[in-house]
Ligand binder design. Structure first.
Ligand code: NAD
Length: 339
């Protein structure tokens, strides 16, 4: 079978990782890289023995598929060009800047029969995939995604830049429509919010508390998911998770505890973890989410199947991010009016 001809548009921090992964996939021919920064583009092209182009239009007739890994504000125009030319497209997250732009691209992809995938990479985190069976109906979720300031993605605020990962995961695991949103955000270094906290309430009563910051001293990426019979604590950075599940017969065991003098138990944790809950440790270190994501994209294009993260998923994440940003603006005005 012929190899899939692929190019990467934008080879900065993340784009160069797309290039490396494609160069490792046996069913891909890396046709070239595109970047408006000539020096950067040339050097990545040389490193991976491919061609450099300064304009995305120059590769449009040479490829079957592209990764768009440029600054977010350019995604829409670049993706539109490729979709018009029936080139399968994976667009990094956030998909585009507005819901209207997302709708236009989805319509174009559908009209031209071209798949669109959106780079919500956490869906391909092997730990996320491993916990699927334990989080059927979460009741409460809390997520924390914090990083030191990187000077990248300053064209968007932290909600679109970082929180969008958790928004997508939460929309993916909560089987209900979003009902209500509260949010607060603060600009620290950027013109847009650098820290944000949102509370998402769903029609089925589930609640998610979502925190993101790009002005923190350390890097943390965790999500904790509480369901009626399980609790999952997942570390995205380590590709690992702890899954705590109620043991069979827990109600009777709990009832039996009424007759026990709790003060005589030296380590209540032992009782909890040994008898009442089963504990499973998922450790998927060494499995690279980006590789899984791009392998999946390439397979979808070759097999003409639907991507795991579609344009519609990307659109929904932007719609919710947009509601959060509007709530943040309202709150900012309220706070200012009090000064
Ligand atoms: P970056 O600034 O390091 O790289 C962007 C590159 O795109 C630069 O080399 C720039 O010269 C190039 N570029 C800009 N406009 C261009 C154009 N019109 N044509 C060709 N090249 C152009 O940014 P980054 O951190 O790599 O982020 C890129 C995108 O990836 C952003 O949308 C960001 O949100 C996303 N991202 C996603 C993740 C993830 O976890 N999925 C992580 C980081 C970044």
């Amino acid at each position: 079978m012929d190899k899939l001809k692929v190019a990467v548009i934008g080879v900065g921090h993340l784009g160069k990782a797309h290039v490396r992964v494609y160069s490792e996939l046996p069913n891909v021919e890396l046709v070239g890289v595109v970047d408006i920064n000539e020096e950067r583009g040339e050097s990545i092209a040389e490193k991976y023995s491919t061609s450099y182009f300064s304009d995305a239009g120059d590769v449009i007739d040479r490829v079957d598929a592209v990764s768009i890994v440029t600054s977010t504000s350019t995604h829409f125009e670049i993706a539109r060009k490729f979709l018009e030319h029936k080139v399968a497209t994976i667009v990094e997250k956030p998909f585009v800047n507005t819901v209207e732009q997302a709708d236009e691209l989805i319509e174009l992809g559908t009209k031209n029969g071209v798949p669109i995938q959106v780079g919500h990479i956490e869906r391909f985190n092997p730990a996320v995939m491993a916990i699927k069976d334990y989080v059927k109906d979460p009741k409460y979720i809390e997520s924390e995604r914090i990083s030191p300031y990187s000077f990248r993605s300053s064209d968007i605020g932290v909600v679109l830049d970082m929180m969008i990962h958790d928004i997508d995961i939460i929309l993916h695991i909560v089987p209900s429509k979003l009902d209500r949103v509260e949010a607060i955000g603060v600009n620290v270094i950027s013109k847009t919010e650098d820290i944000a906290n949102a509370r998402l309430e769903f029609e089925n009563g589930s609640v998610a508390s979502v925190k993101a910051s790009r002005v923190s001293a350390s890097k943390v990426r965790v999500i904790r998911i509480f369901s009626l019979d399980s609790y999952v604590s997942l570390n995205y950075q380590k590709n690992s998770a702890m899954i705590y599940k109620k043991s069979p017969g827990i109600e009777e065991k709990m009832a039996g505890l009424k007759n026990i003098d709790i003060t005589k138990i030296s380590d209540p944790r032992e009782l909890l973890l040994g008898e009442l809950l089963t504990v499973k440790h998922v450790d998927m270190a060494g499995h690279e989410p980006l590789k899984k994501e791009l392998e999946s994209f390439v397979d979808c294009v070759i097999n003409k199947s639907t991507p795991i993260v579609t344009g519609e998923h990307g659109r929904e994440a932007i719609r919710v991010a947009d509601i959060i940003c509007k709530k943040i603006d309202i709150k900012k005005k309220e706070i200012l009016s009090k000064h």
